[in-house]
Design a protein around this ligand. Structure first.
Ligand code: PMP
Length: 406
């Protein structure tokens, strides 16, 4: 592990040198997408410069090289999440794709009256596919409620869990509030009733190294673009046993063993779920992103981000009329807030004029906003390449915006 030196780290991210509206950029929208280090960009350029070819099918050298690199990336990702087998890692276009793949597969498993539990803290991508599944199968969706601090109410989960529960799905970390959910406890309890568990790891993956075997989780989904990788690629981890049980999601090339008009047989894992030419370069670049983050080290990353979070929380609370949402002690570096009497959109627009990128709105988590009876929040989300100076600029900008709007 290299020593954690934020000034050195920032040199890897060319975009952090740019200006926005005449000010040096302060990028605090990391929960939406992270920035890309040059090591990852280099991997992309190297792919298109040296060995761009379609994988798996070719006998020629370039195809072989591309296949080796792509499968090498799969192994890196396997090791990172500590999956037992490389074929338990399915390349997808991102978290949304991974969830839809599993939800679609469960259409052939669930029966009318079966129950699936979702948490109140979910992103729309971990709600809508399950609602569609319920419509298709007649299964019933039940919601694990949350409290004012933005934490799931574990006892309510225990009460909802029954012999009828076939699936539980929730995020590891909430994108709107940053809450870290007690997923190990939930997975173990769900398994006692024989229910499968899918964890949406999109927001956890940039901060926490999940060990899928230690968690004993059935499915874990992530997107590369939240962890220094490119957009349009992610992975679904699934236990081999489950992946063998689920039918293919899409038909096409790559996912078959034999095809005839009488009968087609499907390829082995992971190819069964990887129809068509995948995002080859993206997968390889995802591997490079994982290497990059691991070289810094996830412990160092989360320790540093916690410092940023504590500092920003303290400073924001000094602003009159400040209301923070998601005040659990178990949280990643995300702050959601409103200022009394002001619309989050107005605050976001004004701080952008000062070079500061934050997100405003419902953050694809409308049920959370409904819970707090608000239209949305301002969300600042930090990464390991942010600095205390940037937080000071952000706080000053919020104060200025408040003055201008009041
Ligand atoms: N789940 C969570 C918790 C997220 O934060 C996001 C991205 N905002 C998603 C799912 C969807 O990820 P993607 O858009 O990369 O598929």
């Amino acid at each position: 592990n290299i020593a954690f030196n934020v000034d050195e780290i920032r040199k890897d991210f060319p975009i952090l040198n740019r200006e926005v509206n005449g000010y040096p950029l302060v990028y605090l929208d990391n929960a939406a997408t992270s920035q890309t280090p040059k090591q990852v960009m280099d991997a992309i350029v190297e792919y298109y410069s040296n060995y761009n070819a379609n994988i798996h099918r070719g006998v020629h050298s370039l195809s072989q090289e591309a296949t080796d690199k792509y499968e090498g990336a799969r192994k890196k990702i396997q090791q990172h999440f500590n999956a037992e087998k490389a074929h338990e890692i399915i390349f997808t276009s991102g978290t949304t794709h991974g969830i839809n793949l599993v939800a679609s597969g469960f259409a052939s498993i669930l029966k009318k009256g079966d129950e699936i539990l979702v948490s109140a803290l979910e992103h729309h991508s971990n709600i809508v596919p399950w609602q569609m599944l319920c419509e298709k199968t007649g299964a019933i969706l039940k919601v694990i409620p949350m409290n004012q601090e933005g934490e799931l109410i574990y006892e309510a989960f225990e009460d909802l869990l029954s012999e009828n529960t076939k699936m539980v799905f929730l995020n590891h970390v909430s994108n709107a509030l940053g809450t870290i959910n007690p997923i190990k406890k939930i997975i173990d309890k769900a398994h006692e009733k024989g229910a499968a568990v899918l964890i949406d790891g999109a927001q956890a993956a940039p901060h926490i190294k999940a060990d899928v075997q230690a968690l004993d989780v059935d499915f874990y989904v992530v997107s590369a673009h939240k962890m220094c990788g490119p957009t349009g690629v992610g992975v679904l981890y699934g236990k081999e046993e489950w992946l063998n049980k689920l039918p293919p999601y899409q038909g096409g090339g790559e996912m078959i063993a034999t095809v005839s008009f009488e009968k087609t047989t499907y390829a082995e894992l992971p190819h069964k779920f990887e129809a068509g030419t995948p995002n080859i370069c993206g997968g390889i670049a995802f591997g490079a992103a994982i290497d990059y983050m691991n070289a810094i080290g996830f412990e160092a990353i989360s320790r540093y981000e916690e410092e940023l979070l504590d500092y920003a929380t303290l400073k924001l609370q000094e602003i009159e009329g400040m209301k923070l949402y998601g005040t659990s002690r178990e949280k990643t570096a995300v702050i959601s807030f409103n200022i009394e009497g002001l619309h989050p959109y107005d605050i976001g627009t004004l701080v952008d004029k000062m070079g500061i990128a934050v997100r405003t709105g419902h953050h694809c988590a409308q049920p959370i906003m409904d819970f707090y009876k608000i239209p949305g929040t301002v969300r600042a989300s930090f990464s390991f390449y942010n600095t205390k100076d940037e937080i000071e600029r952000f706080i000053e900008a919020v104060k200025k915006a408040k003055m201008m709007l009041s």
